[in-house]
Write a new protein. Structure first.
Length: 295
């Protein structure tokens, strides 16, 4: 597929884009800074400028495509990761503006121009635990896609709004629009620095419900979304199978969530931010569990 990928130079994108290229996709990276991948053309642009976004939807994915007399073509799919990537990087108003206006621009341009597959990056912060003030309990565990998401912060709010926008635009145009509630992204080199401390202090990851997503496994999830048609509007938790800490749920739940009810039984190692839906609906099979990299 020919894919317009926004934000391919970011922490997640710089692993997802190469994954897609390795599987035969042609990717154009639309970002403010270059990715510098030898097989990916970088188109510098700003998602909050609707004119730039519309222009990018039908363009060459590289200089080689100019050899065809057909001219610039519409992309087969859009993967939208560009955003202010977390809370407290810029003022709240700017986080909200960039993430909501930028995402609206990308989805509207793609769908009005006839693209039939759009994948957007939502966030596990929409569940309202990660960036809330104080120590906050979820209403129920495990966290699954039908949860009544209620974030407190501007970042999580922007992602919730983007899911609402995605649902509305999918209803209008009838295309496939999938929102990925992406967990804490872990790059390969981060296992050595982030994970050893969790043996003694699992509470370091309480705010993210002990979850994580290996950046390469996120690539697989995006690829599976590209290959899976006909689902309309969908939300998927994009996380690995198990918690990112070595302690079992029989220890974690009474220690960190003693007052939170369970909607169903959970396995001892099962992720409390559940990826059951991507396993059952998309056929996701993780390739990079943290245990492969942490003694």
């Amino acid at each position: 597929m020919r894919i317009l990928f926004t934000g391919g130079s970011g922490k997640a994108g710089r692993h997802v884009v190469p994954y897609l290229v390795e599987r035969g996709h042609r990717v154009l990276n639309f970002d403010k800074v270059p990715l510098g991948h030898p097989e990916v053309h970088d188109l510098m642009g700003d998602i909050t400028d609707a004119g730039q976004v519309y222009s990018a939807m039908r363009t060459h994915a590289g200089y080689d495509e100019m050899e065809s007399p057909a001219g610039a073509q519409l992309f087969d799919a859009v993967v939208h990761f560009a955003a202010v990537p977390r809370h407290l990087m810029v003022p709240d108003t700017e986080t909200y503006r960039v993430n909501t206006v930028g995402t609206y621009n990308v989805m509207e341009a793609a769908l009005k121009m006839g693209i039939r597959k759009v994948i957007i990056a939502s966030s596990e912060t929409t569940y309202g635990v990660c960036f809330s003030d104080g120590v906050v309990d979820p209403k129920v565990l495990p966290l699954e896609e039908d949860y009544d998401i209620d974030p407190m912060d501007s970042y999580g709010m922007s992602k919730k709004v983007n899911e609402v926008t995605a649902r509305s635009l999918q209803r209008r145009f009838g295309a496939d629009v999938y929102a990925l509630r992406i967990g804490n992204v872990v790059e390969p080199h981060e296992y050595a620095t982030l994970f050893p401390a969790l043996k003694d202090d699992p509470g370091l990851r309480r705010r993210i419900t002990f979850s994580y997503i290996d950046a390469r496994d996120l690539g697989q999830i995006v690829d599976l979304c590209l290959k899976t048609d006909g689902l309309g509007f969908q939300v998927f938790n994009a996380v690995n199978d198990e918690n990112a800490v070595p302690q079992p749920n029989s220890e974690l739940l009474p220690r960190f969530f003693p007052n939170v009810p369970l909607s169903r039984p959970v396995g001892e190692r099962e992720g409390l931010l559940s990826n059951r839906k991507i396993r059952e609906v998309l056929g996701f099979k993780e390739a990079h569990p943290w245990q492969k990299y942490v003694p």
